[in-house]
Design a protein around this ligand. Sequence first.
Ligand code: NAD
Ligand code: MG
Length: 388
Amino acid sequence: MTRKIAILGATGSVGTSTLDLVERHRDRFEVVAVTAATNAEGLANIVRRTGAKLAVIADRSRLKHLQDFLADADCRVAAGDEALVEAASGEADVVVGAIVGCAGLKPVMAAVEAGKTVALANKEALVTAGEIMTRAAQAGGATLLPVDSEHNAIFQCLAGSRSEDVSKIILTASGGPFRTATADFIAQATPAQAVAHPNWSMGAKISVDSATLMNKGLELIEAHYLFAAPSEQLEVVIHPQSVVHSMVELCDGSVIAQLGVTDMRLPIQYAFSYPDRWAAPMPPLDLIRCGPLEFEVPDTTRFPCLRLAFRALEGDPGLAIVLNAANEVAVAAFLDGTLPFNGIPEVIGCAMDAHDLNGTSRIRDLDDVRVIDEWARTFAARSMSGLQ
Ligand code: NAD
Ligand code: MG
């Protein structure tokens, strides 16, 4: 039976891996909708490759370009937020959430509310609205399947264990490009150095997040919502080889780990095949060559973002939204060359301090999320002018 699939963020790194899998499994999938932010030509090429019936460009000013590129194609084109929501909640059975940042939240929520199977890479959506989203999934019958490699690994490690027997969820982190760098080197880090990840090839924002360890921080919060795990149950270990994708420790001391090659097609494919398994699209892990496997304690002095994420997990529910929004603004400024690398945790920490002074927040719906998100973006942008 073929399943109808919508790929949100089809032109990105996860989107490209998804397209590779879809093409390898043509008999299993029919691509019905694809979306992108601004790259009209890239999106049009994807429409030609997949035969998608709906193509959505988020940036309205690019709609005319998309129309021109697809003038002779049997594909409806649309632009803007409502069209993204339509792509996510329309005829697809499976929706791949591969937009980067909080921009993916509304369409992912629309897919969840429409009861879809959601293969979720867009961790920022869960970080900012995890409680609302997991509740909506339970209420509406949607299935949330993690694509992030650590969460996909944990999902596999948890299979067959009772939740009361789980004592710890252990997320592995590569440590990023600055794992062994001195504090002085990190202070001078350039965008080109920060995006040069040792093990994975990814989009620019998540690559910077990996360099600051904020990626692991966001993943802690993601794990908290996906697996209903309190902060005390969550741990991060640095594992430079990225062979063990994450682990679960059980009450009898057994540790279950999932190992594999560093290729996002592996977790994406498992989200597609679950609960079945399909043949791998790449050679399996070479155990003899992949070692030795090392594990280290994360250094939260050189990488304070991890500490900020634990603080967000343990504090006011609005803090995770603030952490994420300030991080998005600060990372964009760092990539633009207007903020030093260490300015990223500084901006986030200041925004979190200011949020805490505002009192407690109640997050009932996406409007509440939006208000805090917008406040934090404005605050972060203002505070950066003092750090540049
Ligand atoms: P990317 O930058 O390569 O691609 C992002 C995609 O989102 C593109 O298609 C882009 O057009 C679209 N997009 C960006 N801004 C948008 C906006 N405002 N509105 C609509 N669409 C927009 O990013 P990526 O590396 O593929 O990461 C995507 C998500 O998956 C992120 O949340 C990231 O944290 C997560 N993730 C990525 C990887 C990886 O290996 N790349 C691994 C795990 C998790
Ligand atoms: Mg990850």
